[in-house]
Write a protein that binds this ligand. Structure first.
Ligand SMILES: Cc1cc2nc3c(=O)[nH]c(=O)nc-3n(C[C@H](O)[C@H](O)[C@H](O)COP(=O)(O)OP(=O)(O)OC[C@H]3O[C@@H](n4cnc5c(N)ncnc54)[C@H](O)[C@@H]3O)c2cc1C
Length: 432
């Protein structure tokens, strides 16, 4: 006889572990099945961890979780081949409780979450891949793992399997296979550097951290971003772009990372560092229109498996944890009511609609299409900004009035004022 649990969670990432923790605390009998050697062993995320969503599940996690640095400064770099236009914001209160966000190494952080769920009695089984869903009369009644006699029965299955959501897509049929323009492919390196060097290069106080997001030349002007995050004694350096554009332009992800690392503003930050890890992963960036059905009879979908990623703000783990928590709360109620039907579990979708998770995705629902049809945002505008700044800042005895005219002419040559006006209006309508 297969073992029976109240809930079986597929995947020990932030979504699955947050859900398991909330349900375990409510006294449900929960099993988490994770294919990696331990939670986080297969995770590649940057990674910025957002405190508010984490704190909502693991109160005051910063007292004990393995964190790298509280992030006091965030930067956006708009790059061209030779130059960079920098924007940034630093606030020392980001280094105070309850903190805004932290850099983390997910292999360590997810493992800690795994320990937390085990402490409250959740059964965490690693090195176990769920290969299929067990169905009866069109309802999910459990999972089949790759282990001999590895069937697990459950009243509800939480699919928290991440981006490559084979069970959600193929076994449950809740969505078609991801289209290439709904996925970003990201590659990342962990580059070891002494902490003093990191603090010196990024202008940080001991223990504090910073992030840099890069757009423009560093992604070969494709829709995507690069990133550099400071850890305690390493940097996470990565770049990602839409899979469809990578394929069309025949760009190799590894070459893209080397390209980004060769930029004159990036090179000095990583110089002398020792390469520790190299990883590649997909990010589900289909947005609101690509969110699948989120519940069925005996099943809910959370986190990346449900396309809950806000690519514009590089938020994913917080959406994963929030969706896991909301789903878990509904399952606890379903358990009390003894009703695991889609009719009951749809409360999960209804409540998620009231959170920032679906509100934000809805707000940016047309962003992908907008940027796809307006490549000038990743191509023309970075170049335009850089050339205008260069002209403005070059001291060459040209009177300022003439310089301003020159800048205006330069801008006009690259994009007409009417086009710029239309672009800004479109940008505002889509993202404002
Ligand atoms: C390069 C990169 C940078 C990123 N940077 C950030 C960032 O800075 N901040 C941020 O918030 N988000 C970031 N993200 C997104 C973030 O990683 C995800 O949104 C988040 O991890 C989603 O959590 P999840 O639990 O839904 O999925 P995952 O974290 O992917 O976890 C899914 C888990 O399920 C397991 N699994 C999958 N299939 C099975 C199966 N069949 N059986 C058993 N186990 C299975 C996997 O091994 C994995 O552990 C980044 C992503 C990438 C790729």
């Amino acid at each position: 006889m297969p073992e029976k649990f109240d809930v079986a969670v597929v995947g020990g990432g932030p979504a699955g572990l947050a859900a398991a923790y909330v349900m375990g605390q409510a006294g449900l009998n929960v099993i988490v099945l994770e294919r990696g050697e331990y939670p986080g062993a297969k995770n590649v995320s940057g990674a910025v961890l957002y405190s508010q969503a984490t704190n909502a599940v693991f109160p005051e996690f910063w007292q004990e979780a393995p964190l790298e640095r509280p992030l006091v400064e965030q930067n956006l770099w708009i790059t061209t081949e030779d130059a960079v236009v920098k924007m940034g914001y630093r606030n020392r209160t980001f280094n105070e409780e309850p903190y805004n966000n932290f850099s983390v190494l997910r292999a360590k952080f997810d493992r800690w979450m795994g320990k937390k769920v085990e402490e409250i009695g959740v059964v965490l089984v690693c090195e176990t891949t769920v290969e299929d869903l067990l169905m009866k009369d069109n309802r999910v009644i459990g999972v089949k793992t790759g282990r001999p006699e590895g069937e697990v029965l459950a009243n509800v299955v939480v699919l928290a399997e991440g981006c490559n959501s084979i069970l959600t897509q193929e076994k449950l049929g809740f969505k078609k296979r991801h289209a290439w323009d709904q996925l970003a492919v990201a590659v990342k390196e962990i580059i070891a550097l002494p902490k003093e060097k990191i603090e010196d290069r990024f202008g940080l106080e001991p223990g504090q951290g910073a992030t840099i997001e890069l757009v423009g030349w560093n992604t070969k002007n494709m829709i995507g971003t690069g990133f550099i995050y400071t850890n305690k004694e390493s940097l996470s350096v990565g770049v990602g772009a839409l899979m469809s554009q990578m394929i069309d332009r025949k760009v190799n992800p590894n070459d893209l990372l080397e390209h980004m690392k060769s930029h004159p503003a990036v090179k000095p930050l990583i110089e002398g560092g020792e390469l520790k890890e190299y990883e590649a992963k997909l990010i589900p960036e289909g947005g609101y229109h690509a969110v699948p059905r989120l519940y069925g009879d005996g099943v809910v979908i959370v986190g990346d498996a449900a396309m809950l990623v806000n690519g514009l703000h590089r938020e994913g783990a917080n959406l994963a944890m929030t969706s896991g928590k909301v789903a878990a709360e509904v399952i606890v109620e379903a358990h009390k009511a003894g009703d695991y039907s889609a009719g009951f579990l749809k409360k999960y979708h209804e409540r998620l609609n009231d959170t920032f998770v679906l509100k934000d995705l809805h707000k940016y629902r047309n962003a992908n299409q907008f940027f796809d049809h307006n490549p000038q945002f990743f191509q023309t505008y970075p170049e335009m900004l850089s050339r205008a700044a260069k002209e403005f800042l070059t001291v060459d005895s040209i009177p300022k009035k003439e310089k301003q005219r020159k800048i205006y002419r330069l801008v006009k040559e690259m994009r007409s004022p009417i086009q710029i006006g239309k672009d800004m209006l479109g940008f505002w309508r889509t993202l404002g």
